[in-house]
Design a protein around this ligand. Sequence first.
Ligand SMILES: Cc1ncc(COP(=O)(O)OP(=O)(O)O)c(N)n1
Ligand SMILES: Cc1ncsc1CCOP(=O)(O)O
Ligand SMILES: [Mg+2]
Length: 214
Amino acid sequence: MTGQLKDHLRLYLVTDPQLCAQTGIVETVRRAVAGGVTMVQLRAKHATTAQRIDLAMALKAALQGTGVPLVINDDVTAAVAADADGAHIGQGDIAPDKARAMLGPDRILGLSCETPQTVRDADPAYVDYLGLGPVFGTDTKTDHAQPTGFDGLADLIALSSLPNVAIGGLKPDHIDGVLASGADGMAVVSAICGQADPKAAARAFHSFKPEHKT
Ligand SMILES: Cc1ncc(COP(=O)(O)OP(=O)(O)O)c(N)n1
Ligand SMILES: Cc1ncsc1CCOP(=O)(O)O
Ligand SMILES: [Mg+2]
């Protein structure tokens, strides 16, 4: 499962319905997956649980048969109700043990970590992967911690054996830096959401190919 999860994490599209509005979130995801996206998160910060469930069902239908997992940000209730593949939580969200109890043993649980201590505290009994960063400052999430840069990212990665994905301000130009830091994946929002051609935008990350040490 870990090897498989690392493969899924390689190019992780975190969707923002507002940023994707012009093309539409479902069409953005369809095209981005055609361009090589390997995992999708629904991050609808201003939606209700009912709206997230509806969006998740539409995304699930679009992803059917692709093998690309769908994870719901913040809202474990929506993830379970929509029978999504998992949920992603941060340090200010529901606690990982409670999230795991709701998700059951088989769904994916991701946890955001911005500091060495939170990485050390991430318990593999509950958590499947870590979202690490922000690597760079970003307008997509304004309430973020001090950016880590590539060196800080590498320091965080060294503290846990859990699979990980780097996030925050990442663009195709950063592929070599993220690879050198040892990350299993790159998670992006604005590099794909809101781009005129989401398929081409995803394809621009094709050279990100980490060698897994499983
Ligand atoms: C893959 C990934 N990594 C980090 C985050 C950030 O989660 P969180 O800190 O809970 O912040 P919000 O996204 O909820 O604003 C993420 N969503 N995905
Ligand atoms: C959700 C999240 N968590 C840390 S930074 C971030 C937003 C990343 O967005 P972008 O890829 O547009 O910088
Ligand atoms: Mg959150």
